[in-house]
Design a protein around this ligand. Structure first.
Ligand SMILES: *Cc1c(COP(=O)(O)O)cnc(C)c1O
Length: 243
């Protein structure tokens, strides 16, 4: 971006952030929740580091990426930047076993532990490095075949064992809702919350975090108890109209 482009993008990102926070606050109020209960993450996967820097200046503090290679690129750029050197980046996308070492210990939270196998692999790599990585279990509660994640039955069967893995700390659950149908999305978020309640009882563990809600459906997610909304287009794209 040249100077003019950067100034106008900066103005856009700041105005958009104010609108998003207003919407988050209204959704919390309607649900009888505190705004501080919901972390809003800026999903930077489609933008470059210039846009991330503008977002940081606008007040965004937690970013999320869905590809290990792009995550590594953004982390390297952040490290070179005096302001962003302590920015938090989360991993929210498909994580292949051969990419685990690029991610553990470098992200605040891995949202996308999508199988028992992956949980075990991440745990053992972390153990070998003497770290404990905070993670979420990605659950496919909508039943859509295209979505990744543990099925509710898999999660029920595995919960106790997963909570006992020494290299990861399971903070809660994550899901993706079906696109294009807000009512269906809301039912998906409700199912995630109910599954969380059930897994807490089964595993005797606290799973406080629910990562759900994206640009199109974050108000519905907040209504159902989301503690982390992951917003991409609405934060970064001037083409996205905030309804
Ligand atoms: C891209 C992405 C988001 C953000 O989606 P938007 O619709 O752009 O807000 C959230 N979560 C995951 C896992 C994603 O891949």
């Amino acid at each position: 971006m040249n100077e003019d482009e950067e100034a106008s993008y900066q103005a856009f990102v700041e105005e958009r952030r104010a609108q998003i926070l207003e919407r988050v606050e209204a959704s919390c109020q309607a649900a009888g929740r505190e705004t501080s209960e919901v972390l809003v993450e800026a999903v930077s996967k489609t933008v470059g580091f210039d846009e991330v820097r503008c977002a940081w200046k606008a007040g965004w503090r937690v970013f999320a990426e869905n590809r290990p290679q792009e995550l590594a690129r953004k982390l390297a750029a952040a490290q070179e930047d005096p302001d962003l050197s302590h920015a938090r980046f989360d991993m929210i996308g498909n994580l292949q076993k051969n990419k685990i070492n690029q991610v553990i210990g470098r992200v605040g939270l891995i949202h996308s532990i999508s199988s028992v196998h992956l949980a075990e692999a991440v745990s053992s790599r972390c153990e070998a490095r003497g770290i404990v990585q905070p993670v979420l279990l990605e659950c496919n509660v909508s039943g859509e075949e295209t979505k990744s994640g543990l099925t509710p039955d898999e999660a029920r069967a595995a919960a106790e064992g997963l909570v006992g893995l020494p290299g990861i700390e399971i903070k809660g659950l994550m899901t993706m809702a079906p696109a294009g149908d807000k009512a269906r999305a809301q039912r998906t978020f409700e199912s995630l919350r109910l599954l969380r309640d059930e897994l807490e009882r089964r595993a005797g563990a606290s799973l406080p975090e629910l990562s759900c809600g994206m640009s199109d459906d974050f108000p519905e997610a907040i209504a159902e108890g989301s503690t982390m909304v992951r917003l991409g287009r609405v934060v970064f794209s001037p083409d996205y109209a905030l309804a």
